[in-house]
Write a protein that binds this ligand. Structure first.
Ligand code: BES
Ligand code: MN
Ligand code: ZN
Length: 505
């Protein structure tokens, strides 16, 4: 379609999902090339044509085809064009439309699906109408791609329209969980939403644990955060067996699940405190990614652990200066109750790595305000001592344009979090707040690969990465494409893509 005869490539999306045959699509495309020229449209412009054969047709200028564009640029151009077309067709009230796969059917589906996202609890008929589902189909068979890394190889499944839909739907699911206010997304309700989402997905087992279970596992650090809240804590444990060998070591995800972070006794200021309904962004994105991985039947084994609690002040709440004991026996001074994320992750990381012996563990957390200062909303920060894990995450993030940047995981920062009368202190002062949080977490990864070794997967040891998403958690305004205002659901696509690429033949 995009290769129609005109000099400028015109991306075409049509308001008719039934228009799947390429003969019909090509007929529309031929008409559009003429109209596009007559309309004086330029590269990146958008034109909506009404009443062509009873259809609404949206054309988006995508510049001249050039051979030397790299794969990731081609995919991004596709995502963006699909998103722009989706916005235009929805604005034209189309409920059913077909989207040009351009360079990658996968990327087109991602762009359209993300652009289609809507979330609100308004009750006016106007607002409700906007929430109605639209039907989005590919022009053609949905398998088209010019991107080599989209293709199936070495045990990886290939990428096409269907995978793009699932990647996009997973990210939208994470967005919903993150937007949902804390009274509608308590630890208990989060677990119910998780179970509902996984209904009918094969080879998945979900367990939801309570306070008694956490006590049995001596999770004093996690429990200390929950003390101020009237909502009972939960610990969600999910396994997915997708590998041919059910005993193969799993990939593990751990997500920070603070369903509301008031700061606790170290109370946060009121302005923007409501943003902290999304302090379960790590939980939401790891859950959503795991859903996509299982839904797509990616042939790997996985485990997902999510500690869930509110962080609230009350007469029962943990106080600054209190000392708690984590499940691995480490004693921690709670210098500031607002540094609660590392406290819940400590026990979750230790549990996950000691129980499951994963080959790789990735934790995701809205952990530090300092991360927003360092990288803003462009990149999520990755802390890891494994060069191989870093490059795998980097490549996955680049191919989905859900980008990550490596930050230092360095023992030099430990002096800032060493306790005086105890092992660790949960704050590290003003300097490098994201780096001190990361080096704190390192103490709770059981069987971590050794610093300075060759950093490859080592038998019986685990590669670990911590991803701080405080900066990429939300976006102040839409960029006109698929990045919308509000909670982002990042880094869902990076995590799924990383998992897809990790499958070995
Ligand atoms: N959830 C916050 C971090 C955060 C802030 C995420 C803004 C997203 C947007 C975290 O629990 C927190 O409060 N961290 C403190 C740590 C400090 C007390 C050492 C922070 O960053 O100020
Ligand atoms: Mn906090
Ligand atoms: Zn927090």
């Amino acid at each position: 379609m995009a290769s129609s005869s005109s000099k400028q490539d015109v991306y075409v999306a049509v308001s008719d999902a039934q228009l799947a045959s390429s003969a019909a699509a090509n007929a529309v495309s031929a008409d559009i090339s003429q109209l596009w020229k007559q309309s004086n449209a330029k590269d990146k412009d958008t034109r909506t044509f009404y009443g062509l054969d009873g259809r609404t047709v949206v054309a988006v200028g995508v510049g001249k085809k050039s051979a030397n564009k790299d794969e990731n640029a081609l995919k991004e151009q596709t995502r963006r064009a699909a998103a722009v077309a989706t916005h235009a067709l929805k604005a034209a009230n189309s409920k059913s439309f077909a989207i040009d796969p351009l360079h990658s059917a996968h990327a087109a589906a991602v762009g359209a699906t993300l652009a289609d996202f809507q979330w609100n609890l308004k009750t006016t008929s106007d607002a409700k109408a906007k929430l109605e589902k639209v039907e989005i189909a590919p022009l053609g068979d949905g398998k088209q791609t010019q991107v080599e890394s989209d293709k199936a190889q070495d045990g990886r499944i290939g990428l096409d329209w269907e995978t793009g839909r699932v990647y996009g739907q997973a990210q939208n699911f994470a967005r919903v969980l993150m937007e949902t206010p804390a009274n509608k997304c308590t630890p208990t309700l989060f677990c119910e939403a998780a179970k509902k989402q996984f209904e009918g997905v094969a080879n998945v087992e979900i367990k939801v644990h309570d306070l008694k279970w956490a006590e049995e596992h001596k999770m004093g650090s996690f429990i200390s955060v929950s003390r101020g809240s009237d909502e009972p804590l939960r610990f969600l444990e999910l396994t997915y067996h997708g590998a041919a060998n059910k005993d193969e070591a799993p990939l593990a995800f751990v997500g920070k699940g603070i369903t509301f972070d008031s700061g606790g006794i170290s109370l946060k200021p009121g302005a923007a405190m409501k943003e902290m309904r999304a302090d379960m962004g790590g939980a939401a994105t790891t859950l959503a990614s795991t859903w996509a991985i299982a839904k797509l039947k990616i042939p790997i084994n996985m485990v997902l652990c999510i500690p869930l609690t509110e962080n609230m002040p009350s007469g029962k709440a943990t106080k600054p200066g209190d000392i708690v004991v984590a499940s691995n026996g480490v004693t921690i001074e709670v210098d500031n109750t607002d540094a609660e994320g590392r406290l819940v992750l400590a026990d979750a990381l230790y549990y996950t790595t000691s129980q499951y012996k994963p080959h790789t563990v990735v934790d995701v957390a809205t952990l530090t305000g300092a991360m927003m200062i360092a990288l803003g909303n462009q990149f999520s920060g990755v802390f890891t001592n494994s060069d191989s894990l870093w490059s795998e995450l980097d490549a996955a993030g680049a191919s989905e344009r859900d980008r990550v940047w490596r930050m230092p995981l360095d023992e030099g920062y430990t002096s800032q979090i060493n306790g005086t009368g105890m092992d660790l202190c949960n704050t590290g002062g003003r300097l490098a707040g994201s780096c001190t949080a990361a080096i704190f977490l390192k103490r709770f990864v059981d069987g971590l690969i050794v610093d300075g070794s060759d950093n490859e997967q080592q038998d019986g040891l685990v590669r670990w990465a911590h991803i701080d998403i405080a900066g990429t958690m939300d976006l102040a305004g839409s960029d006109g494409g698929y990045n919308l205002k509000g909670m982002t659901g990042r880094p869902v696509r990076t995590l799924i893509e990383f998992a897809r690429r990790s499958a070995k033949a």
